[in-house]
Design a protein around this ligand. Structure first.
Ligand SMILES: Nc1ncnc2c1ncn2[C@@H]1O[C@H](COP(=O)(O)OP(=O)(O)OP(=O)(O)O)[C@@H](O)[C@H]1O
Ligand SMILES: [Mg+2]
Length: 356
């Protein structure tokens, strides 16, 4: 079967050449045996338009020259009618063949340019997607990597202690292992997100997930002398979501809040983390800070990719966070005013009773 298809493909150029040649012969014969007054030669145009689909530019030019040659040859071989009319028709047919060839070749060249541009566009889009994916991974693994560096440092110090504190060193090593696992989990999640795959779903308690995410940011909270308040609702229903992704969102919001407070005196740095239920029964999680706050013009750009006001920021933390929340059928919103601090909150649908 494969062999038959192969030989069919191989024969196709020969078949096409035979078809073109027979058309040329038919038109030539008809043009020669009919009167000078009948301009049969204009049908060569049809041959050129057929051939343009599979011949190269050179091939089409050669074919057009053959058509013109045959038109002139017919003029001398035709015996019936007025030679003057024949000469006139020959001139018209020759011009028509020439102009058609020129226009057809120009159209094909324009089409090729469009295909090239489309291909280049597709390549650029792939590169942009790759760039966004790389930036997202770099952004999201930053925190576990920083955690690993801190724990590795602590581990070394406990080992250098005289006498070495092996228990503390072991705990630090365990933190390194769990951060490394987290980094690889995060990479899997970001890749899924980039491929627009639906999030992995598991039933979990948002309060517990939030407490873990706050724990991961503890080092940053302490380092920046931020005072933390947790107001987590007790009777909160579970959510069905990708826990790692939701923790990524919480980490991004916490980090933004901490960074927004670097410009205010340390005794005014207040971070409040809260959870609640809204009127529609959704689970709401909010991060409030007493930082710089934002103007409305800043708020308008917040979720745009690569939009940042920070020197070392990538401007994708909130873009990723919104993608994650929306992929879970949730919403994310910001309330802020200059010097009044910011509240970023998201809501997620509560898990149904029978969902597992
Ligand atoms: N809590 C906040 N208070 C004040 N401004 C904020 C807050 N959160 C975000 N912003 C503003 O929104 C911008 C975008 O935030 P986003 O998290 O997307 O990127 P980033 O923090 O600048 O960089 P990165 O991608 O590294 O997180 C920030 O540069 C900042 O101007
Ligand atoms: Mg950020």
């Amino acid at each position: 079967m494969k062999h038959a298809m192969f030989s069919k493909e191989q024969n196709r150029p020969k078949l096409r050449a035979a078809f073109i040649a027979s058309l040329l012969i038919c038109i030539f014969v008809a043009d020669t045996v009919t009167n000078f007054e009948i301009a049969f030669a204009v049908f060569y145009i049809a041959v050129i338009l057929i051939a343009i689909g599979f011949l190269s530019t050179r091939g089409v030019v050669v074919l057009a020259s053959i058509c013109i040659g045959l038109t002139v040859l017919s003029l001398f071989l035709t015996r019936r009618g007025s030679f003057e009319a024949g000469l006139f028709n020959c001139g018209i047919s020759t011009c028509a063949i020439g102009i058609t060839t020129y226009l057809a070749l120009k159209t094909v060249a324009a089409q090729a340019a469009v295909y090239d541009a489309q291909e280049q566009f597709a390549r650029m889009a792939r590169l942009t997607r790759l760039g966004e994916l790389t930036a997202s991974i770099a952004h999201e693994v930053n925190q576990p990597l920083a955690g690993m560096a801190t724990s590795a440092d602590a581990c070394r110090r406990w080992l250098d202690h005289a006498p070495p504190n092996l228990e503390r060193a072991r705990l630090a090593a365990e933190r390194i292992v769990s951060d490394a696992k987290r980094a690889s989990d995060v990479i899997v999640r970001v890749r899924r997100l980039a491929k627009s795959e639906p999030p992995h779903q598991e039933r979990f308690d948002l309060n517990e997930a939030a407490a873990e995410a706050v724990g991961m940011a503890e080092h940053e909270i302490e380092r920046n002398s931020v005072s933390l308040q947790m107001n987590l609702a007790e009777d909160l229903p579970s959510v069905m979501a990708d826990k790692i992704q939701i923790q990524q969102v919480i980490s991004n919001l916490l980090l933004n809040a901490i960074e927004a407070m670097t410009g205010v005196p340390s005794f005014k740095r207040e971070l409040a983390v809260s959870s609640s239920r809204d009127d529609e029964g959704r689970v709401v999680f909010a991060v409030a800070d007493s930082g710089s706050g934002m103007k409305q013009t800043t708020i308008d750009h917040l979720f745009e990719a690569f939009w940042t006001t920070k020197e070392s920021g990538m401007g994708i933390g909130l873009t990723i966070s919104r993608s994650i929340i929306e992929a879970h059928g949730g919403r994310i919103s910001v309330t802020s005013a200059p010097r009044m601090g910011t509240i970023v909150q998201f809501s997620l649908p509560a898990a149904e009773e029978n969902e597992t």
